[in-house]
Design a protein around this ligand. Structure first.
Ligand SMILES: Nc1ncnc2c1ncn2[C@@H]1O[C@H](COP(=O)(O)OP(=O)(O)OP(=O)(O)O)[C@@H](O)[C@H]1O
Ligand SMILES: [Mg+2]
Length: 233
């Protein structure tokens, strides 16, 4: 599955309460097919909120489209089918007792036969260096291992759009490098919230910076991003 405009935000505002100040204000950008952007900004600037709004997990004013589909309650299933989503905390998306069941879930939900789903899930776990843990109970895994299983589950269906919230968090340095290389090989469009610019520059050429819920930079100059958002010593 491909799509010309993978993600469009058209004047999007998000509030967590009816009378509270917006945490995203008039956000507008679009991501073409196969385009990759890092989403940067200080703690509390709105990165996680933006990713959650993009798949309809948080309500919004304005327009959001995923591969042409408007994000709304009635389109939730269609939108989720086009997106590989990595939550900020792996426990939020690992729902099954055993690793392989979790990694295969996205494929089974699409109606893939069990044998084929498990074969592909095992392959995805292998890609993230946790193939040997396929039969393990999830609660026996370390944080970084859970992160790897969650990544395998997000990518297993090969969706045209990936929305990843701090994917390198908790990974060891070789794991971080392997993930950057793996993402760099994919055809999917991706928006990756991260504080890890050394990681992001390996596969992103566009940087979208949020400050207090507004886009304050959208361009390809990594050194500006480093200087302005304190991403260097
Ligand atoms: N459930 C919630 N209810 C009310 N306010 C919230 C809620 N979740 C987040 N916020 C507020 O929204 C703003 C943006 O938070 P968000 O988690 O999107 O930031 P972030 O850029 O992802 O930060 P970090 O770098 O720490 O992950 C913050 O001011 C936060 O306090
Ligand atoms: Mg966040």
């Amino acid at each position: 599955m491909s799509c010309e405009q993978a993600l469009v935000f058209d004047g999007v505002t998000v509030r967590y309460g009816p009378d509270t100040a917006p945490v995203l204000a008039d956000v507008a950008f679009s991501l073409a097919a196969r385009e990759r952007a890092a989403l940067v900004g200080l703690n509390g600037s709105g990165k996680t909120t933006l990713l959650m709004a993009a798949v309809g997990l948080i309500g919004h004013e304005g327009g959001i489209r995923v591969c042409g589909t408007p994000v709304a309650k009635r389109t939730a299933a269609e939108v989720r089918g086009k997106v590989g989503f990595l939550f900020n905390v792996p426990e939020d998306q690992l729902l099954f007792p055993k690793v392989i069941e979790d990694a295969a879930f996205g494929l089974l939900r699409r109606g893939e036969a069990r044998t084929e789903a498990y074969r592909r899930a095992a392959e995805a776990l292998g890609d993230f260096g946790v193939g040997r843990l396929a039969e393990w109970p999830l609660h026996n895994l370390s944080h970084g291992q859970k992160q790897r299983v969650a990544l395998a589950g997000a990518l297993v269906t090969k969706p045209p759009l990936l929305l990843l919230d701090e994917p390198s968090a908790g990974l060891d340095p070789p794991g971080r490098l392997a993930l950057a290389r793996l993402l760099d090989r994919l055809d999917a469009a991706m928006l990756v919230a991260t504080h890890d610019l050394d990681f992001a520059v390996r596969f992103c050429h566009r940087f979208i910076a949020l400050d207090a819920g507004r886009i304050v930079y959208d361009g390809g100059d990594a050194s500006t991003v480093r200087r302005t958002w304190g991403m260097e010593e």
